[in-house]
Design a protein around this ligand. Sequence first.
Ligand code: PA5
Length: 431
Amino acid sequence: MKVEIDYSNCLDFITEKEITEETIRSISQLDKLVNRTGEGNEFTGWLDLPENASGDIEKIEKTAQRLRKQSDITVVIGIGGSYLGAKAVIEALKPPVNIPGKENEHEVLFAGQNISEEYLSVIKEYLSDRTFNIIVISKSGTTTEPAIAFRILRKLLESKVSNKAARNHIVAVTDKEKGALRKLAEIEGYDTFIIPNNVGGRYSVLTPVGLLPIAVAGLDIRELIRGAVSMVKNTRDNRSVTNPALTYAAIRTILYKKGKYIEMLVNYEPSLQYILEWWKQLVGESEGKSGRGIFPASANFTTDLHSMGQYMQDGERFIMETVVSVKEHSSKLTIPHDKDNLDNLNFLAGKRLSEVNARAEEGTVMAHREGGVPVTRILLPAITENWLGSLLYFFEISCAISGYILGVNPFNQPGVEAYKKNMFRLLGKPE
Ligand code: PA5
């Protein structure tokens, strides 16, 4: 089994020949990326992360075990690329509710991904009678949102245990030398992990930024990396039309040129919601610049078919759709027979929910295609650490290639500074 692309539902809009030609053209962009001759090449360290991760793994696992032992709750503080990767993998793999009595449960909360007084007050109240760990993540070490959350939660922690003991509960993930967080970690003697210089935030899920919180949540980071390694072979090391990342980049490029300006990434498994959020950051910050770029949007189906479904079927025709389609499901739940059959659903009795969900997906794909929306399906064998590792690396590499095809630097984000400037001016920040 492998992650595959099914573009059969795009063929009313583009031809096989167009896809093959664009895929062949994109090999030169892959070369640029791999040979480090493209724009932003100083931030392409992520390309080799799956193979280079092994050095960090043991230390990450040891630290994760220590944190899990000393408390049953960890707050991960970070935003953007220092938040979404961990959140995405944890949400995908942890049950949506804690199963009572299940051993080794460890709760992971997130903070610092907004400046909401309501949000942080609730977190603070929840933690008020508990001892907790903090993993604070910031590459620059100066980002406002996590810095505020860290100030508040660190004070709370220090009010419960001594300052000295609090040190054992705090781990900082930051730059090797620069930034306020590095400085503070050195003064306080926190355990630290380094975010490599050559890896930007949104490409950092396979560094300690993603791996440490994922390991603390009790998930298997070795499998995640193994999955990424297998995708390296299929993509980074594959200069042929069989490279799925090139095919996907080619399809979205052709569709974009034909006026499909919005890409709606959708799932039929709610646990993948934050994988979609992670992808939106990846694509939005990598491609959206110089007045160009596909607008990345997302939807959770079938839930959002009851809200966005009308627009998808019938609204402006500037949308392409990409479905993350999960093949195998580990849970088993069948629909029961009902003697009264008032809802007329006895024809479904005995069927698994996954079968009904699969038919909903099939029917929606057909309807959207007929309604003028080209649909690409990314076939994901299952939601496991291994397959998610493959999927994340697949998206990273196809996004970088798409950026190069578009003619932008996929590794900078000059646009995100504008709001900060205004915010600081309005808050009266001294020069
Ligand atoms: O992708 C990026 O570079 C950004 O989204 C950053 O990850 C985000 O702004 C957080 O930055 P930092 O890790 O420096 O706090």
